[in-house]
Design a protein around this ligand. Structure first.
Ligand code: PMP
Length: 402
């Protein structure tokens, strides 16, 4: 008998399953709206010109390939924290942000989960929005935290269930940990308004809840990195101590390079040094130290005024193309096709994803009849739409809901 004969087959990843079905479809009109990666106007992956320039600079410098320190490339981590918290952030200026380079956003969440499980003194429970990114639950469960949910999405309005959210956070045990999507909530595309964020901050204060921000889309949501950091910066200004997971997968298109940052705001440089030492103790046995190339790319861009300006306009370009697809989809559905139903959420939602409100049978029909693929919950990646396929997509939706 094989040693592994009792290992049960696990369920397939729901998102990768969509891509497999897409690949197997031979129809030339097929569209894949399952993937969470940006596509350009021609449906192709996009390497940012600022990234290519940074790579040229790195190649020309003939930099060595020595190990990075456990917490990563300091020229990258300092600038990444500045991008998130803002140059005028008090904890940043006072040298009391503990930060460590991570294996993109996922790795930052995992380090954060492990750090909280080991050192957060008050609770071992993290509350996630319902729904949340599918990997949040396993990441935090495997980090040693208990995972619970707070209401977030209202199927009836295809918008934020703000009353439910407030009630659930008020009823959460004091000092629980709360996961907040800083901007461009995945999978719904529904974000709180600045006024609603201020209320959420107040509730977290009242209940002593510990905010853990997941910021996977800074700049990618609105096209402006400062605007997308509003929630995080508001909480910090309000005096919350926060944890933050950052990813450079989307906003720099560095998906496979795995560039991210985990950070915690502390009360003093002395406390920061103690926290740093414990973060190192978590990282060292997991992967020893992070990869160097992607951090060099991000650090080069963030550290050069010229490349930084270029990058900001490239991020805005991606965000604006997505926003224009939202406008075009809305107009085609409501004006051209007179599709039954209310579609305003397509325009009010933000970021890469949109919860369309399509039902599982409708998404199935779209795959079978129109060769259009998305996750069964009706989430589409807006980046998969372009001038060449958007009318065909709208016609498919129109047929599916009639
Ligand atoms: N958080 C959220 C909400 C995400 O959507 C993603 C990417 N899909 C991530 C974290 C992490 O992605 P990565 O590890 O590629 O940075």
């Amino acid at each position: 008998l094989s040693t592994w004969s009792a290992v049960p087959a696990g369920p397939p990843d729901p998102i990768l399953g969509v891509t497999e079905a897409f690949k197997a479809d031979k129809d030339p009109r097929k569209i894949n709206l399952g993937v969470g990666a940006y596509r350009d106007e021609n449906g192709k992956p996009y390497v940012l010109p600022s990234v290519l320039k940074a790579e040229e600079i790195i190649t020309a410098s003939k930099a060595d390939k020595e190990y990075l320190p456990i917490t990563g490339l300091a020229d990258f981590t300092k600038l990444a924290a500045k991008l998130a918290y803002g140059a005028d952030s008090a904890p940043l200026q006072e040298g009391r942000i503990s930060s460590t380079q991570s294996i993109s956003g996922t790795g930052a969440l995992r380090i954060g989960g492990a750090f909280l499980a080991r050192h957060y003194p008050h609770s071992k429970t993290i509350f996630l929005p319902v729904p949340s990114w599918g990997n949040h639950t396993p990441v935090f469960r495997d980090s040693g935290l208990e995972v619970k949910g707070y209401r977030y999405f209202d199927k009836k309005t295809v918008g934020l269930d703000f009353a439910g959210l407030k009630e659930d956070l008020r009823n959460a045990p004091e000092k629980s940990i709360v996961l907040l999507h800083a901007c461009a909530h995945n999978p719904t595309g529904v974000d709180p308004t600045p006024e609603q964020w201020a209320e959420i901050s107040d509730i977290c204060k009242e209940r002593g809840l510990f905010p853990f921000f997941d910021m996977a889309y800074q700049g990618f949501a609105s096209g402006n990195t400062a605007r997308d950091a509003f929630a995080l910066r508001h909480f910090v200004k309000e005096g919350h101590q926060v944890a933050l997971a950052q990813s450079f997968a989307k906003n720099m298109g560095l998906y496979g390079e795995r560039v991210g940052l985990f950070s915690l705001t502390t009360s003093s440089p002395e406390e920061k040094a103690r926290v740093d030492s414990q973060v190192k103790i978590i990282v060292r046995p997991m992967y020893s130290n992070p990869p160097i190339h992607g951090a060099r790319i991000a650090g080069t861009i963030l550290g050069s005024p010229e490349l930084y300006t270029q990058w900001e306009s490239e991020v805005a370009g991606m965000a604006n193309r997505i926003i224009s697809m939202r406008d075009k989809l809305y107009d085609t559905l409501t004006h051209d096709l007179k599709t039954p139903g209310e579609w305003r959420h397509i325009k009010s939602q933000i970021g890469m994803f949109s919860f369309t409100g399509l039902t599982p049978p409708q998404t199935k029909a779209l795959a079978e009849k129109a060769h259009i693929y998305m996750t069964g919950d009706g989430r589409i990646s807006m980046a998969g739409l372009n001038g060449g396929n958007i009318v065909y997509f709208a016609e498919g939706v129109n047929a599916a809901v009639r």
